[in-house]
Design a protein around this ligand. Sequence first.
Ligand SMILES: [Zn+2]
Length: 420
Amino acid sequence: MNLIIGILAFGYLASSLLSWLNVGYLRANINSALPESIASQFDQQKKKQILDYTGAKTRLGYWSESLSTAVVITLFAAGIVPQITLWADGLKIAPLLQGLAVMLVLLLIGYLSGIPASLYSDFNLEKRYGFSTITAGTWLGDQMKSLLISGILMGLLFSGFYLFINWLGNWWWLAAWGLVVIFSLLMIFIAPVLLMPLFNKFVPLEDEELKNKILDMAKKADFPLAGVFQMDASKRSTHDNAFFTGMGQTRRIVFYDTMVRNYSHQELLSVMGHEIGHWKKKHVFRLILTVSVFSGILLFLASRMLIHPWIYNAIGLGDLFGQIGFSGAMVGVALYVAAILFEPLNLLLSPFMNWLSRRYEYQSDAYSLSINPSAADMKGALIKLSQKNLSNLFPHPLYVVFHYSHPPLLARLKAIDDRK
Ligand SMILES: [Zn+2]
């Protein structure tokens, strides 16, 4: 019991400390001189907005993490987890379904504990800063759809794991690993055509002139593009973004509609060049490969961990384990516990993954400049993106290490200048 509470508390304290450092660093640096090229876009008023917005988001983060950590600790400390497991074990259904029931109930509790923060963010914080445009109907629809989708996906994964555990004994992790890798590859194909359209409308880019410029550029860069789309992101928020998604027939570039309206053609082309860079340099594939290696290691560790009775004693499930053994319901709770115990490992992995991702961002910027050599347009797009999204200009270096998949604006601009 103490083990799991200790791990949860450690994760909570480490992440809160990091956020606290981050806001303090911004406050201390906000008035330091900015490079001349961007000073005019970030006046006193803008800087104050950035400080307020970052502070407000950080405070919300404290609250929501406190709540979700407290809920999980209560689940264990008050003996609710064993009760749920016993309840599922008593259900007159197949053992696989008993395990599924435990897993879904525990995940549902976790989901519910995140609702207050989500509501506050979408209907208060993000509205105050003029970002959120979401209606209650859209919000509710989003929740229902994502609950359903993640329920189905988790259910499929869990069923696979459960069957492998029964069929293969200690070697289940190897088959589970294969399943996870196939699953994530499949998602790249499926997400843009099956999942994303459930949340947004995708239409071919309306601006014909821009579309032709983009197709022209893709052709020159020898980038097989199945389509250029714009997405009605503005029905939720005015934050800007663009991304590249899919493979083969589903490969596409998607711009948020808010972005198409507010950026010049040249700026959008440099963003497009950046996205082509990710593909040219096989970044998506490499990231999936890296994540796959890590998930293999984690699954192996989980498989070793779950066969030792002491682990069940350490998390307060010893009596229960003696009572029902490694039954369907027990597999459900064991996988849930493994996921929680590995949280701190994720914290240790994230610096590496983020470092890799930031490296790829620099590489893609460089690629974009090589086919579309206007540093001014590229910088213009990046500055506008940061300015409109009220991005933190001075994140704490340690916070960047743990949380930034993209380089902070000033570092990114500097890299573009240093290149010449
Ligand atoms: Zn990128």
